[in-house]
Design a protein around this ligand. Structure first.
Ligand code: PMP
Length: 287
């Protein structure tokens, strides 16, 4: 089955889905993106992702190509046309194709933004065996730019971080700034210590994870104590549990940091419970 991709109003076979070499997403990484998961054919946390997209666009003075209703319609259409059961929808908006290369932003009246969306099928996404095993992470320096709260397509350093992890025989990397963990290369980072769930507070130094918001809400509803503050790698190594969250990994336990086992070295009960709650609730509320 040929994948059907959405490009600026058209649903096209993937071979025909193209954007210009002058597109600012290609030349300048002048674009933002969102990844939403799909479970059982339902789109998870649409509202959260749509809201963050609006915020990313506004922060970069970029116009929204479609409104939220249209966004949902396109996503649903892609799910249907690709017979997607479990997987992800990738969405990218760029500042468009001004027809040449120039640092100055083009006039949005004459250069409309580019909107691309495609699906990625991941059968059994919620039964990822990694959740039973847990992830090994390494720590690396965080050398990204200062507006990590905007979900831009500048993913070179996160890609390099994943490669550093792979080289070291690990699954992912946690990034460190001024001695404290900011976040994972493509996820938010947490530890469980002293009976509390600890994760860095929101700011311009991390992405405001949509899964993070949902998981912290569920944790509080389940009477778990949440503390939003920075933590060090040393504190993480001595913690009872560690885990990450993201739209495609949900809640995923971390069992090793820089070669040191966390707690029992197995996925902890809080991470496992939160994963269960998140997946159950998401299935219920998916659109
Ligand atoms: N931090 C970073 C750097 C990310 O790339 C991501 C996922 N795109 C996240 C956190 C998690 O965000 P979400 O839960 O919205 O997927």
């Amino acid at each position: 089955m040929t994948r059907i991709v959405y490009v600026n109003g058209d649903y096209l076979p993937e071979q025909e889905a193209k954007v210009s070499v002058f597109d600012r997403g290609f030349l300048m990484a002048d674009g933002v993106y969102e990844v939403t998961s799909v479970l059982g054919g339902k789109i998870i946390d649409f509202a959260g992702h749509a809201k963050r997209l609006e915020r990313s666009l506004a922060e970069l003075d970029m116009s929204a190509p479609v409104d939220q209703d249209e966004l949902l319609t396109i996503k649903r259409e892609l799910v249907v046309r690709n017979a997607l059961i479990d997987g992800m929808i990738y969405l990218q908006v760029t500042r468009g194709n001004p027809g040449d290369r120039d640092f100055v932003f083009p006039d949005p009246e004459t250069t409309p933004s580019t909107l691309v969306m495609f699906t990625q099928s991941k059968p059994g996404l919620a039964d990822n065996p990694a959740a039973k095993q847990g992830l090994k992470v390494i720590s690396i320096e965080d050398i990204r730019w200062g507006r990590r709260d905007i979900k831009t397509v500048q993913l070179l350093y996160p890609s390099m971080g994943k490669m550093m992890a792979k080289k070291a025989g690990a699954d992912d990397a946690w990034m460190i700034e001024n001695g404290h963990v900011t976040e994972g290369t493509s996820n938010n980072a947490y530890i469980v210590t002293g009976g509390k769930i600890v994760t860095r507070q929101l700011g311009t130094d991390i992405l405001h994870g949509i899964t993070r918001a949902a998981v912290l809400r569920f944790a509080k509803e389940a009477q778990m104590v949440v503390e939003e503050r920075p933590f060090t790698v040393e504190e993480a190594k001595a913690a009872d549990e560690a885990f990450i969250t993201s739209a495609s990994a949900f809640v995923m336990p971390v069992v090793e940091i820089d070669g040191t086992a966390i707690g029992s070295g197995k996925p902890g009960p809080i991470a496992s419970r939160l994963r269960e709650i998140y997946i159950d609730e998401s299935r219920k509320s998916g659109l």
